[in-house]
Design a protein around this ligand. Structure first.
Ligand code: ASP
Ligand code: MG
Length: 281
């Protein structure tokens, strides 16, 4: 079993998503695929939520842009006869997100709990579109909302994971579901009361690591827009180069000191099981 996580830049638009599906298709292993929101969407929701809280109706414009980007993907990725069901599901999700914004706008109040609920919509939109496209391409695909698998303790500001409950749910789900590929949204989780939470910004990596650890995966692949952990930020330092191999501790230290490629809490669960983490471009 391989766990592959595709970040926002890897699923930015329909072309990127098509390439992701090719990668999945060409890999004969049983795979769990964890996806981020389309790149920029979580930031857009953050902005729209803050607009609503400050009484700025610009939130409606941002939500329309979010809808348009997802609709464009569906129209490019799916054959016409399979579009309407996916379009209507995405529309329903956007309507729910819009209702939450109306509430925030009316109350002029954005609690951490409400914000977490809103921010998770990006992944719920992306994983659904990607999974439905994979199914339309006749891949043997299961899809599951990570809110049924990943659980946080009730300290949402800190987003700490209830590892036992999470591992139990992941194992019991995969005991029953035997698809070649399972597509799961990163980042989103539920708290002890079943309320929507997240694993914190950048948290899709951690979703994948938790699944890898719970299932004793062979490896964890993190697909992104850089070819590994670099000696410096490759966007700013021309001579920066990818480091071929490093220990978990070195990777952890680098991620804590600013290497953005891996979300810092990601390494703990895989390190416990000695599961290799491979960063791929
Ligand atoms: N979409 C979320 C974020 O932008 C989670 C992730 O991509 O890892 O923070
Ligand atoms: Mg990331």
């Amino acid at each position: 079993m391989i766990i592959a996580k595709f970040g926002g830049t890897s699923v930015a638009d329909s072309n990127c998503i098509s390439r992701v599906l090719e990668i999945i298709q060409n890999n004969p292993n049983q795979q769990v695929v964890v996806v981020s929101a389309l790149s920029g969407i979580t930031n857009m929701i953050q902005e729209s939520a803050h607009c609503a809280a400050s009484g700025d109706l610009k939130y409606q414009k941002i939500l329309s842009e979010i809808e348009a980007r997802h609709f464009a993907c569906i129209k490019k990725l799916l054959p016409i006869n399979k579009q309407s069901q996916v379009l209507s599901h995405i529309k329903q999700q956007i309507n729910s997100l819009s209702t939450l914004h109306e509430g925030v706008y009316l109350l002029r109040e954005l609690s951490p709990r409400t914000k977490d609920h809103m921010l998770g919509f990006g992944e719920l939109l992306s994983y659904y579109i990607i999974a439905k496209t994979a199914i339309a391409q006749n891949l043997d695909v299961g899809l599951e909302n990570a809110r049924n698998l990943i659980f946080t303790k009730n300290d949402i500001e800190k987003n700490s994971v209830d590892q036992q409950k999470t591992f139990d749910s992941i194992r019991s789900y995969f005991k029953k579901s035997k698809h070649r590929v399972t597509i799961i949204p990163g980042f989103v989780a539920s708290d002890e009361e079943g309320a929507p939470t997240t694993l914190g910004r950048g948290g899709s990596d951690l979703t994948a690591a938790l699944i890898a650890s719970a299932l004793d995966a062979e490896k964890l692949e993190i697909w992104t827009d850089v070819s590994g952990m670099f000696t410096a930020h490759p966007k700013y330092v021309k001579q920066a180069r990818a480091i071929k191999k490093m220990s978990y501790y070195e990777a952890m230290e680098l991620s804590h000191f600013g290497a953005k490629v891996i979300y810092p809490p990601t390494l703990q669960p895989v390190m416990e099981k000695n599961i290799p983490v491979i960063v791929k471009n």
